[in-house]
Write a protein that binds this ligand. Structure first.
Ligand code: SF4
Ligand code: ZN
Length: 710
């Protein structure tokens, strides 16, 4: 038997059982029964991406089997093997989709099954920044469960996103290993066909970020090959079914590493036999050309971006730094070189082992930096990174900022020998490596003393207030230049964000100050200066300089972009936007929803559906991705009347933005408590008439605005 026989054996097996499963489903529910995965705008995303056809009913699914039949054709050309592999994968998608009929929830934790569009979009920023350098698709499990655990841990500690299919899920669960999206170890399902859910993520990335036309298979495969750094690690024994998926994976550019010995042949960088499974990590990274960002930090526990979302429960915590009850804060301060001793870390007060377990304590840390190119403006940029730095420590959870921080250190860390001093080690190492162009020397002082912290906090608050005053005075008019950000071009090759003081990047992670700092740290990097000398239209925010910049950095894909309009050449979206707004024609307002809100909006569309209207660096007048904080900016669709146009927001977003949005509306329209005039899902979900009634009832300012000039 050759490898080809095995591929065809697997695809034939899948084809036959998919036909039977569809027939069974039709017998039970009829051909008109709706079929789709939940939380996606792409119905059956793999089939849609590969063929361009959106399947919505069982009848259409049955008809689609004819197309798949054309792929599963025996032959001895390499292409036959690839086609059969893709066909087999599409069968797997159908089989999985059938599990979700009639709103069923076929998976229970730890298995996750289908992953939503929001999951894909959440990956955008970490993938482009290299915080997730790759995606490991682990299938099956080692004979010795400890070996599987070690492999997962190795990838996780490198920040690599891990998906699990089959036996490895049980092995990790038995070992008490934490899994889930928040720690970037994602169990798909016990059945082999569930591997399709990670393929679905890769293919949607191509549609969402890459603006690949569904059905353009060569473009799709080129995108996944070049931009999605995924690879497969498959433990022996491999069934024919898995072998057929492997052929599909290789066709999409994902190398397969296995210790299988039966009927294997090797294809350099694509099909790799590695009997020594302890080398799989190194072999896979090499095959996929994955380069890791390495920061050596001297702490007794792991440090990796995979731990950023880890949650430490009350019962698991050794101590808690609780800024909501006691005096705590975090601060970066610029000093003269002579005042800073590099790598000095001081703990002023008791260490963690002198504090009773379960205590809530007062703790502050001040990071003092010195450098010839250091500017006080960078202090807040660095400070905001602390959240991510400390969260990357395994067993440590950090929330909040400034004097409202909360840090939990786990019992497991305490037992591993973790000390307060190690918080300092992490801050030191990260600041020195990420800001090396501006920081020559850095020292950290950690104070664990309520009296001292009370005084120090008051002083820190004066610094924060001064910074806020400076930020408030910083408007688009008051600065001499804007910045580009093209970080997302790794996935959206023609997308450019223009970042201004009053309009942050749509991912929410890049403010004007961040862009400025990025530019100084890396003058040839993703943030380039855009002068603003040649204004064409102040109202729309149209500048010759901006047009030139977007044209240049989109490589000619874009000619005109305005800063303040939703209709006239709106800014493009990559795919990782925090929010999306869309025009609501009945009220002549705009509806905004965000990734965290899975529910319906008055446009009759969910976040995923609205998001699928734009993205991939194209302009879609009437729809625009943007950052959360842009909502409260005076420049938010200023050309169309400003934030007073907002008629609907998810409640969660209202609560987050209330204070700032109210202040902006008061200033712009003289309206008090504007946020309360905006509808949310508790007032109406999908009925524009109901929305309009509410707006009339509360006297929403949109009612006195001109209709849109669409
Ligand atoms: Fe991507 Fe724009 Fe954010 Fe830059 S500012 S990371 S280009 S979304
Ligand atoms: Zn992006």
């Amino acid at each position: 038997m050759t490898l080809f026989d095995r591929i065809f054996g697997g695809s034939d097996y899948n084809f036959a059982r998919t036909v039977a499963a569809i027939d069974d489903a039709i017998a039970a529910y009829g051909e008109g029964e709706a079929v789709s995965f939940p939380g996606t705008a792409y119905s059956l995303p793999c089939y849609y991406a590969v063929t361009g056809v959106k399947i919505t009913t069982l009848g259409e699914m049955k008809a689609a089997m004819e197309t798949i039949k054309g792929m599963v054709v025996h032959g001895n050309r390499l292409q036959n093997g690839f086609d059969a592999g893709i066909g087999s994968a599409l069968c797997a998608e159908f089989l999985e989709a059938l599990k979700y009929l009639r709103g069923a929830q076929p998976y229970t934790e730890p298995e996750l099954g289908h992953l939503s569009d929001a999951f894909v979009r959440n990956l955008g920023v970490p993938l482009v920044t290299g915080d997730i350098p790759g995606v490991a698709v682990i299938i099956g499990g080692a004979e010795d469960p400890a070996e599987t655990v070690a492999l997962v841990k190795e990838y996780q500690s490198q920040g690599i996103l891990v998906s699990l299919t089959g036996k490895c899920i049980q092995q990790l669960a038995d070992a008490g290993y934490k899994t889930g999206e928040n720690v970037r170890v994602v169990p798909l399902g016990m059945e082999m066909q569930s591997v399709i859910h990670v393929v679905s993520v890769a293919l949607r990335a191509a549609l969402i970020f890459g603006n690949i036309t569904p059905g353009d298979f060569p473009a799709l495969a080129k995108y996944t090959m070049q931009r999605v750094r995924a690879f497969v690690n498959a433990y022996k024994p491999l069934s024919d079914e898995i072998v057929s998926y492997g052929a599909g994976a290789i066709c999409l550019g994902f190398p397969v590493v296995s210790n299988e010995t039966e009927n294997m042949f090797r294809v350099p960088k694509s099909l790799i036999q590695q009997l020594d499974t302890s080398k799989w990590n190194a072999t896979s990274l090499e095959a996929r050309d994955i380069k890791l960002k390495i920061t050596n930090i001297d702490i007794p526990v792991a440090f990796a971006t995979a731990f950023e979302g880890e949650i430490i429960r009350r019962g698991d915590m050794q101590v808690e730094v609780d800024g909501s009850r006691v005096d705590c804060f975090e601060l970066v301060a610029t000093k003269e070189a002579a005042e800073v001793e590099d790598h000095k870390i001081v703990v002023d007060g008791p260490e963690i082992d002198e504090i009773p377990v379960g205590s809530k304590i007062s703790l502050s840390y001040t990071v003092e930096v010195a450098g010839k190119a250091m500017q006080p403006d960078f202090e807040s940029v660095m400070e905001r990174k602390f959240h991510s730095y400390l969260n990357c420590i395994e067993g440590v959870m950090h929330t909040g900022q400034r004097d409202m921080i909360r840090i939990r250190i786990s019992k497991a860390d305490f037992e591993a020998g973790f000390k307060f001093r190690h918080l300092g080690e992490v801050l030191y190492a990260k600041i020195k490596s990420e800001f090396e162009a501006v920081v020559d020397k850095c020292q950290v002082t950690i104070v664990v003393n309520p009296e001292k912290n009370k005084e120090l906090r008051a002083a820190a608050n004066e610094v924060f207030n001064k910074r806020d005053d400076r930020l408030k005075s910083m408007t688009d008019e008051s600065v001499d230049q804007f910045y580009t950000c093209i970080m997302c071009q790794a996935f959206s090759p023609s997308h450019v964000c223009i970042v201004t003081p009053e309009r942050l990047g749509l991912c929410g992670a890049v403010s004007w100050l961040d862009a400025k700092a990025t530019n100084e740290l890396d003058p040839t990097g993703p943030c380039q200066i855009v002068p603003k000398d040649r204004c064409i239209d102040e109202h729309l925010g149209r500048y010759e300089d901006v047009d030139e910049a977007v044209n240049k950095y989109s490589h000619g894909a874009l000619e005109h972009v305005t800063l303040y309009s939703l209709f006239q050449d709106p800014m493009t979206s990559c795919g990782c936007f925090e929010c999306i707004c869309g025009v609501e024609p009945v009220s002549m307002g705009v509806v905004i929803t965000c990734r965290e809100h899975a529910g319906m909006t008055p446009l009759g569309m969910t976040f995923s559906e609205m998001a699928s209207m734009t993205g991939g660096g194209v302009q879609t007048p009437g729809f625009m991705g943007h950052g959360k904080h842009f909502i409260a900016s005076k420049k938010f669709i200023a050309a169309e009347g400003g934030p007073g146009r907002i008629v609907w927001l998810p409640k969660l977003l209202k609560d987050q933005m209330r204070e700032r949005l109210d202040a902006t509306a008061l200033e712009l329209y003289g309206v008090e408590n504007f946020t309360d005039m905006i509808a949310d899902e508790t007032i109406c979900t999908d009925d524009p008439e109901q929305l309009l009634n509410y707006l009339s009832e509360v006297g929403h300012p949109v009612l006195s605005m001109e209709p849109f000039d669409m």
